[in-house]
Design a protein around this ligand. Structure first.
Ligand SMILES: [Mg+2]
Length: 233
C-alpha cells in the first residue's frame, strides 16, 4: 500500500515516471498495489486507472475507502459534521484568515484549508475534540479516531481483504500522516522527503522499519524494483 504525494511523486509534486513505471511492474508481477493517501477519492480513482492498480484505495487520510478501484465506497461510519463545525467556528474566530482549498467540495469527510497570519499553536488552542494537522501541503480537520493505518487494518481484519494479514502487507509513505501505517504494520518503508522539518523527519524515522536511500518517487522505485526482483520478475 503506497502513499501518493512525496512517495509516488517527484520533489516538485509531479508524478514520478520512475515510480509510476514500477507500480505497473509490481502489478504485472502479481503484487497487488493499493493507494493510501490524503487525496480525495476521485483523484485517486483516476490515478488508479492510469497506473492500472488492482488494490484498495484509501482516500482522505483514512476517512474514505474502497476495496478495489472500481468497487463501491465502504461505509466506515465516519462523519464530516465535526470538521465542518470546527471550520465554521475558526472562520468566526479568525475572520478573513481561513481559505478553503478548492478540492474541499470533492471531499466526503476531511476538511482542507489554509490559514493566513495566525500561528498553528493559536488555532490549536481554539479547537475542540478534533484532529488538526498540517500534511505539509494543506491543513486538515477531521473527526478523531480516523487514520490511514486504522482504516487499512479495518480492510484486512473486518472486511477480510484477500485474507491478508498485516504481516503480508507492505506500507510505504513519506510523512507524519503515514505514522499510523508505520505503527500498525510491521513491514514499512519510509521514503525520505526533503520537505519535512527535522522534527517531522525524526518522528517518521523512529517508527518506519526501513528507510530508502533515495528521495520521493526515486526512493519508491528503488524499493519496488527490489521487491519485483525478489519475486523473480
Ligand atoms: Mg505523502
Amino acid at each position: 500500500m503506497a502513499d501518493v504525494d512525496g512517495t509516488l511523486t517527484d520533489e516538485d509534486g509531479s508524478e514520478s515516471p520512475a515510480a509510476c513505471k514500477t507500480v505497473r511492474r509490481l502489478e504485472q508481477c502479481g503484487i497487488t498495489v493499493g493507494f493510501v493517501s490524503g487525496r480525495h477519492l476521485s483523484n485517486l480513482e483516476a490515478l488508479a486507472q492510469q497506473l492500472e492498480i488492482s488494490g484498495p484505495i484509501i482516500a482522505e487520510n483514512g476517512a474514505v475507502a474502497k476495496l478495489t478501484p472500481d468497487g463501491e465506497i465502504l461505509d466506515l461510519g465516519y462523519s464530516r459534521e465535526p470538521a465542518l463545525k470546527e471550520l465554521n467556528r475558526l472562520k468566526q474566530l479568525f475572520p478573513g484568515a481561513i481559505r478553503e482549498r478548492e478540492d474541499n467540495a470533492e471531499r466526503l469527510v476531511d476538511v482542507v484549508f489554509f490559514i493566513d497570519g495566525v500561528a498553528h499553536s493559536v488555532v490549536r488552542e481554539q479547537l475542540g475534540d478534533i484532529q488538526y494537522y498540517d500534511s505539509g501541503y494543506v491543513l486538515h480537520l477531521m473527526e478523531r479516531g480516523i487514520s490511514k493505518g486504522r482504516t487499512l487494518l479495518r480492510l484486512l481484519n473486518e472486511m477480510g481483504y484477500q485474507d491478508l494479514s498485516p504481516t503480508e502487507t507492505l506500507v510505504i509513505g513519506d510523512s507524519p500522516t503515514d505514522i499510523s501505517l508505520f505503527e500498525l504494520f510491521p513491514y514499512s518503508v519510509l521514503i525520505p522527503n526533503p520537505r519535512l522539518t527535522d522534527t517531522q523527519r525524526r518522528a517518521v524515522e523512529r517508527v518506519a522499519r526501513y528507510v530508502s536511500d533515495l528521495f520521493c518517487g526515486d526512493g519508491f522505485a528503488e524499493v519496488a524494483i527490489h521487491i519485483a526482483m525478489a519475486r523473480g520478475c
